[in-house]
Design a protein. Structure first.
Ligand code: ADP
Length: 386
């Protein structure tokens, strides 16, 4: 059903339109006509009655004409299609109305059922399309505003994050000086600089010294994190033979690993020089080997190996330890994230190690991957671009 609002002050013309519409043979719709003689009546009707699909209006009415009629109607309902009916002498006015958004105009005296049906159909179709476009454009605008808002929020979050990193860095620096002084004084007392110390007190002082050392370690870890997070931090790159570099770390860490009755094996296979910050990459590789040892039971093997492809150099650290569930593979690289496993109660950690590894590898524009399953060991692979 198509509801037409006919605005026509000439009763003869109105009757003609009603009769012409009766002759329209359109299988897709039927026409229901509401006839008024003034624009003011039409506006009143639009205010009170829902469901007008299209307006068919005389161009020159007693209380309005052309563009003014259009403006008044679109203020009442901006999505309503309007077709004007004109005499041959005011076609120019009708064209102006079209420029202002009228869907079509028909010249009185030439309106037959076919022309009228076609004009109504096209007008409805065009209006529907325009309305859809309007909705899409409005949605586009909403999206654009949301993107601006998100970008703004992102900038604020980056700023907050920077402020937090700075706070951690400053607080750690401030804490380090008195904590170091405490360590020195405890050391002096235990060494007898302030006179003899009974053994019962020495025992307590020893425990204070160890706690203080742990405190200093945590402060140093926070300082290292702040340093790696700082946007001003830059690497000190130099060219090194990857096999020799990895072999050296294996040699340095072998005593610690073997003290846990684990085997540490090195398999060189890269035979290539890489440009790395040796100090930082040492920290990364040491962390992977230490983790492999921490999360592997006694008697098992840890294998460090190197390899190269056409474009990349690889360092692998494989263990036969407790493994990591798939859902935690991403999580373990987050700052301060620790995941409990069969061995985590027996080993200490702050959850910063893998965060550093990933940060350092990314500063080198490399990637780090983990392959692991609970009970089946883990493999961490650092991949660096050649
Ligand atoms: P931490 O060892 O201090 O907890 P890390 O950032 O080094 O912090 O490691 C995060 C978590 O990843 C650990 O708590 C542990 O659950 C898991 N993990 C790291 N390396 C291994 C490994 N080789 N085998 C099993 N789990 C591991």
């Amino acid at each position: 059903m198509t509801n037409i609002l006919l605005i026509e002050d000439n009763p003869g013309d109105a009757r003609l339109i009603v009769e012409t519409l009766r002759d329209v043979d359109d299988p897709t719709t039927e026409y229901e006509i509401t006839h008024v003689e003034r624009v003011s009546h039409a506006l009143e009707l639009l205010r009170t009655k829902d469901g007008v699909d299209i307006v068919l209006s005389d161009l020159t009415l007693p209380d309005s004409r052309g563009v003014d009629t259009l403006t008044a109607l679109s203020q009442a309902d901006s999505e309503l299609p309007v077709i004007f009916m004109t005499g041959t002498n005011d076609e120019a006015l009708a064209i102006t109305a079209m420029h202002h958004g009228a869907q079509d105009y028909l010249i009185k005296g030439t309106i037959d059922a076919n022309t009228l049906a076609k004009s109504l159909r096209y007008a409805l179709e065009r209006q529907r399309f325009q309305n859809e476009m309007k909705t899409i454009l409005a949605q586009d605008e909403i999206n654009r505003q949301e993107i601006i808002l998100l970008a703004d929020q992102k900038r604020q979050l980056i700023k907050l994050n920077q402020a937090k990193d700075e706070f951690i860095s400053i607080a750690s620096h401030q804490l380090r000086t008195p904590a170091t002084a405490v360590k020195q004084y405890i050391g002096m007392i235990t060494e007898g600089f302030a006179g003899d110390v009974p053994s019962t007190q020495l025992d307590l002082l020893q425990r204070a010294y160890e706690s203080n050392q742990r405190e200093l370690d945590v402060i140093d870890e926070l300082l290292k994190t702040a340093q790696l997070d700082s946007s001003r931090y830059s690497l000190n790159l130099s060219s090194v033979d990857l096999d020799a570099f990895a072999a050296d770390r294996v040699k340095v860490l072998r005593p610690t690993v073997e003290s846990k009755r684990q085997k540490l094996v090195f398999q060189p296979g890269a035979d290539v020089s890489v440009s790395i910050d040796q100090h930082e990459m040492r920290l990364a590789l040491d962390n992977l080997i230490e983790n492999a040892s921490k999360y592997t039971p006694e008697g098992r093997q840890i294998t460090v190996s190197t390899a190269r492809t056409k474009t990349r150099a690889l360092i692998r650290v494989r263990d036969e330890g407790v493994g990591i569930a798939k859902q935690n593979h991403k999580l373990i690289f987050d700052k301060f994230s620790r995941v409990s496993n069969a061995l985590s109660d027996t080993v200490s950690g702050t959850g910063l190690g893998l965060y550093w590894v990933r940060r350092i590898v990314r500063l080198h524009k490399g990637t780090i991957r983990v392959r692991s399953e609970p009970g089946k060991g883990s493999e961490f692979v650092i991949s660096l671009q050649l």
